[in-house]
Design a protein around this ligand. Structure first.
Ligand SMILES: Nc1ncnc2c1ncn2[C@@H]1O[C@H](COP(=O)(O)OP(=O)(O)O)[C@@H](O)[C@H]1O
Ligand SMILES: CC(=O)N[C@@H](CCC(=O)OP(=O)(O)O)C(=O)O
Length: 287
């Protein structure tokens, strides 16, 4: 009986948050290592489906670095990263699109349908959703995003299906670009004026002295992040993530959350409890 009462209490306490986010847009970036474990994937997708079911306009943007690596290995194509971005020749750009828009995107759609929901998977090249140009000749077909067309996402959001977006870019000449999924997701969240933008990763959030647990930051600002980067307290894959967020904030995104996708029901705990779980990044401290 107590357990049932506890459940009822939890549901009641989450009501204000459910009402807060109903009809609001929540963009979730899913990628990296949080993708490789099937039980983690299933927990994340069932949370995503629950958000959709209670009336949140949820948009799932995904990467899939490990799936790209696997396909490149299969064809014995070597690849290297320069400052966190994969050097991409034309063949690699097509293989990256195949891995992301084919394997990863369709398996996410399949899993959402298996859970009882509905999803429409599209890539950034469809409908010119993600327009891009060459970022740097040294990186080959790595794209710099020039424009996000939100029309198709808006249309899917009027249906019962969750938009699932594979991040690839295209230019008017039809060249396909490999774009960093954190960057693409940040730009999509900015263009949609999302109420919440959540980046799922395999770390609890941001630390001022990684990995010292007591240095975990529940909340931070862009200027604090700049200071930490200057002091070399933020390194590796976290830097492009934060740069992507910073850029999107300059374009209008209000906030972003770094969240550990490995924690069961991380999305529900983040959105529907007062404490939150990850690191909330704001433009500036308004107090
Ligand atoms: N200050 C920091 N706080 C948190 N993580 C950090 C920090 N500095 C570096 N990192 C590293 O950044 C990693 C997250 O980036 P990355 O592995 O690229 O994520 P993804 O799961 O999207 O591939 C963490 O696993 C951690 O090793
Ligand atoms: C240019 C570039 O580096 N693109 C990434 C795209 C995938 C990605 O970003 O996926 P994750 O979110 O899983 O890391 C790549 O080729 O790995």
């Amino acid at each position: 009986m107590t357990a049932i009462r506890d459940t009822a209490q939890i549901l009641t306490e989450s009501l204000p948050y459910m009402l807060k986010y109903r009809d609001q847009t929540v963009v979730i970036k899913y990628g990296g290592n949080a993708m490789t474990d099937d039980s983690v994937k299933s927990s994340i997708l069932s949370d995503v489906l629950l958000l959709k079911t209670i009336g949140i306009k949820v948009v799932l943007v995904h990467g899939g670095g490990p799936a790209i690596n696997e396909l490149l290995d299969k064809y014995a194509v070597k690849s290297e990263f320069i400052d966190g971005l994969r050097y991409t020749d034309e063949n690699t750009a097509h293989l990256a699109l195949t891995a992301l828009a084919g394997k990863v995107n369709k398996s996410l759609v399949q899993d959402i349908i298996k859970l009882g929901g509905n999803a429409i998977g599209v890539s950034g090249i469809d409908g010119k959703m993600i327009e891009a140009e060459q970022l740097n000749p040294k990186l080959g077909y790595v794209g710099e995003i020039t424009h996000i067309n939100t029309e198709m996402i808006d249309r899917i959001l009027t249906t019962d299906a969750i938009p699932v977006i594979a991040t690839a870019g295209i230019d008017d000449a039809g060249n396909i670009y490999n774009v960093n999924a954190d960057t693409a997701a940040s730009r999509i969240a900015g263009a949609l004026h999302a109420e919440r933008f959540i980046l799922l990763s395999d770390v609890r959030g941001l630390y001022s002295n990684f990995p010292v647990e007591t240095s975990f930051l529940h909340e931070t600002t862009l200027s604090e992040i700049d200071n930490l980067i200057k002091k070399d307290k933020i390194t590796g894959g976290m830097i492009p993530k934060l740069e992507a967020i910073k850029f999107a904030m300059q374009e209008g995104l209000e906030q972003a959350v770094l969240l550990d996708g490995r924690v069961p029901n991380a999305l529900l705990l983040e959105l529907f409890t007062p404490e939150g779980q990850g690191t909330l990044i704001k433009k500036e401290n308004l107090e």
